[in-house]
Design a binder for this molecule. Structure first.
Ligand code: F6P
Length: 332
């Protein structure tokens, strides 16, 4: 019988447990043995492995985090780490390794290919959605929801005080989370890496918009969504600069790791189940070194390398979307 092993690696994302569950249940149905390595690739190096059973999957689909724990593991990508991992996989007689993670984790999975003969399948799990070859990643939809709920709350206090708020969201170096959260919360301005070019010009735009609104309506609140790692000096610096040019109070809010937690929304659960089930259907087939993703509603297999070879783009309509959201609140 086949032995399938699964691990979760890199930033955890809501829906990883739903995916583990789908893999374990599909394996049981197919008569495969299934186990989980703990703490990402660390579990392959130590080794630290647990048997996964259908009973353990009860009440799991709705849980955030990952029961297998996660980590970023630099040692894994070094030659001796990869060799050690291959040895432990062979000792455990693993046929197929399924890695749920983002592009860093996929680099590791691809590197392992040179040292291990077994089958390697990646499943995209990250709140950033920055994996090319798939329309969405497990955890992305929940993170949008979490950010939107928080921005709605910030809006209440912003309105009450007629204040400016800058809300920093995650995304690593991609603006998927930032743009979606800003759009769905009807924020007034959005700054994401793909659309950002110059600080002074951006500040001038923000100032002009706030001033115009003030002239028409008197005191106004104003919510800016800022992707992490974009603004020189960060969210606090941006608040100071907005305050300097407008004379208004501006407060920073960093959503941070809150965006990684919580019960997955249905879209993430459904995506996790589709991808996990499909991955198990590939066990023993002549495909390896691939990621299973979703493209226009269909489950697809793409070579692991394509997931990072070019940067995934926000979409052709991203700029128009950003402009539209910046005008939608007061139709000005
Ligand atoms: O990749 C997910 C992510 O949450 C990014 O959005 C963020 O930049 C990073 O991980 C944070 O990493 P850490 O958990 O190591 O602070």
């Amino acid at each position: 019988t086949k032995h399938v092993a699964v691990l979760t690696s890199g930033g955890d994302a809501p829906g990883m447990n739903a995916c583990i569950r789908a893999i374990v249940l599909s394996c049981e149905r197919a008569g495969y043995r299934v186990s989980g390595f703990l703490r990402g690739y660390n579990g392959l190096l130590e080794p630290d492995r647990i048997t996964l059973t259908a009973e353990r999957m009860h009440n799991l689909i709705q849980q955030g985090g990952t029961i297998l724990h996660s980590a970023r593991c630099e040692r894994f990508c070094e030659e001796d780490g990869l060799k050690l991992a291959a040895r432990h996989l062979n000792e455990a007689e693993v046929d197929t390794l399924i890695v749920i993670g983002g592009d860093g984790s996929f680099h590791g999975a691809h590197a392992l290919k040179a040292h291990w003969q077994g089958q390697i399948i990646g499943l995209p799990g990250t709140i950033d959605n920055d994996v090319d070859g798939t329309d969405a990643t497990i955890g992305y939809y929940t993170a949008i929801e979490t950010a939107v709920n928080s921005i709605d709350k910030v809006r209440d206090t912003a309105d009450a005080f007629d204040r400016v708020f800058v809300v920093e969201v995650m995304g690593r170096h991609a603006g998927f989370l930032g743009l979606s959260a800003a759009l769905a919360s009807a924020s007034d301005f959005v700054i994401v890496p793909e659309l950002f070019s110059e600080a002074q010009a951006t500040l001038a735009q923000i100032r002009q918009q706030i001033m115009q609104r003030q002239q028409r309506r008197g005191p106004v609140s104003y919510v800016i969504v800022l992707s992490e790692h974009v603004w020189p000096g960060g969210v606090t610096r941006l608040c100071e600069e907005v305050s300097d040019i407008t004379g208004l109070e501006a407060r920073p809010v960093t959503l941070g790791h809150v965006q990684r937690g919580g019960s997955p929304v249905s879209q993430d659960r459904i995506l996790a189940v589709k991808l996990g089930t499909h991955a198990v259907s590939l066990v023993g087939k002549d495909v390896t070194d691939i990621m299973v993703g979703i493209s226009s509603g269909a489950v697809v297999n793409v070579p692991l390398q394509t997931t990072w070879q070019k940067q995934k783009t926000l979409g052709e309509d991203a700029r128009a979307t950003a402009l539209c959201l910046m005008n939608q609140r007061y139709q000005d």
